[in-house]
Design a protein around this ligand. Structure first.
Ligand code: PHE
Length: 453
């Protein structure tokens, strides 16, 4: 019995489809459906999309592959995996940074995720009926700057705990295998609705016809930075998931499947939004308010708007849920394995901490807040510090670790499992181990400037 306990198998994914559903679930999130469309809008459309695709290939995919390799090699959480691969070094600091980033991202991300529940309810109860554009904008601004988001954030967190409760195979895998196909079905319906609206062509052209005159340096940096956030890399999420992938699977093929799924869903989100926005003559450059202010206007005018609006916010909710779960898992895996606490206790502790941080983030958006530092409120700081600082540094260090520190024999061995030939992958790593760190360093240095301006 005791021997069985010490050799007890670590929980893990049971099928290839399960791995893809969970990891694509992590990657596809508010980043794809809320942020990607609005940064495309702000940066002038399709030329930006091309730069984004390049960033994914040159930077996002290599770091994603690095995380999977490190995680599966280490067979442990984000901190211990580095300790096992490079004993007696300081590289496990990357894992630590990841844990800090996880708390920060959860702090602001769960607040926006909570909005999706509120907006789903507003849409199905037809609450926008008869409102003017200005009233719809006021509805959003009043809600976001009140304390009401806290309630929805807590509800959202409790729902994600329901998924995390069963662990990897009987929790995350079980639910994402159902939720992700559901998400694909919903987005397909929304795209069909949007592109069949009279006047949709202009929106389709906006996405597909490149106009490089609009492309600025800011656009390039936005694209690079977002390729990171969108693939959930730089903080140990994919590393932790990688540690649950069986040795039978090819990490290269899983990496490319996930990057493709993430990118296709982001593009489909654009196709679900812009044709409709143009069809109703609304300005596409509305920024973060695109989804919560512009779209309710669109759904109000669209035939079948209540149904399609409800489906849209359900889509956003599912996307956020499967991402939040993956970020939680970074922390839970660390606490259970390092502090020897059982999973459910670890979940409880993490949840309490996240609720406190998220509450402060939500409060920092209220008008009489004192949670403003150097011109940004706490909510923005959590976003900026994680996306512009911690994720890039984490990704940079992981790439250096993979390319220059990890033993080549370990790397090749890890890639060989489940693959026929690793030549192509090794060549890809050889090239990107120089390109990715340089590109990331550039994003990082400009990101830092943005923080203090
Ligand atoms: N990739 C997620 C999205 O696009 C966000 C995320 C970032 C999730 C980092 C996990 C880790 O919304």
């Amino acid at each position: 019995m005791s021997q069985q306990a010490t050799t007890a198998k670590r929980d893990g994914f049971s099928s290839r489809f399960g791995i893809i559903a969970a990891a694509a679930g992590s990657a596809v999130g508010l980043g794809n459906i809320w942020k990607f469309p609005y940064i495309v809008g702000e940066n002038g459309g399709s030329a930006f999309i091309l730069v984004y695709l390049l960033s994914i290939l040159a930077v996002g995919v290599p770091v994603l592959l690095a995380e999977f390799i490190i995680g599966r090699r280490g067979q442990a959480n984000a901190v211990r995996s580095f300790k096992k691969i490079a004993p007696n070094t300081k590289w496990s600091g990357i894992g630590w940074m990841g844990i800090v980033a996880a708390f920060m991202i959860l702090g602001f991300y769960t607040v926006i995720a909570g909005y999706t529940i509120h907006y789903f309810i507003l849409t199905v109860t037809n609450s926008f009926a008869g409102m003017s554009s200005a009233q719809i904008a006021d509805t959003f601004n009043n809600f976001a700057s009140s304390t009401r988001p806290i309630i929805y954030t807590v509800i959202f967190i409790i729902l994600s705990l329901g998924i995390l409760f069963g662990g990897i195979k009987d929790g995350i895998e079980k639910y994402t295998k159902v939720l992700m196909p559901g998400l694909v079905g919903i987005i397909a319906l929304l795209v069909i609705r949007a592109i069949t609206l009279p006047g949709a062509e202009e929106g389709i052209q906006f996405l597909l016809k490149p106009d490089f005159s609009e492309l600025s340096m800011k656009a390039v940096l936005d694209a690079l930075g977002h390729s990171f956030f969108s693939l959930s890399v730089g903080m140990g999420t994919m590393l932790t998931y990688g540690s649950y992938i069986s040795k039978k699977e090819s990490l290269t093929s899983i990496t490319f499947s996930i990057a493709a799924a993430d990118t296709i869903i982001a593009l489909l989100a654009g196709l679900a939004i812009f044709p409709a926005v143009f069809a109703f003559g609304i300005d596409p450059t509305s920024g973060p308010g695109l989804v919560f202010i512009t779209l309710p206007n669109v759904f109000l005018q669209m035939p079948g708007g209540i149904i399609f609006g409800a489906l849209f916010f359900l889509l956003l909710f599912i996307a956020a849920l499967t991402s939040v779960v993956s970020i939680f898992e970074v922390i839970i895996a660390y606490i259970t394995e390092e502090l020897k606490v059982n999973r459910h206790k670890a979940m409880g502790l993490t949840t309490l901490a996240v609720i406190v941080i998220a509450t402060f983030c939500a409060l920092s958006q209220t008008p009489d807040t004192s949670l403003i530092f150097n011109g940004h409120n706490l909510f923005d700081w959590m976003d900026l510090l994680s996306a512009n600082v911690l994720l890039p540094i984490g990704g940079l260090l992981m790439m250096i670790f993979l390319g220059f520190i990890m033993k080549r024999s370990d790397l090749e061995d890890e890639l060989q499992h489940g693959s026929k030939s690793i030549k192509g992958t090794m060549a890809y790593i050889t090239i990107t181990k120089f390109i990715a760190p340089v590109a990331i360093a550039i994003v990082f240095s400009t990101g830092i400037q943005a923080l203090f301006s």
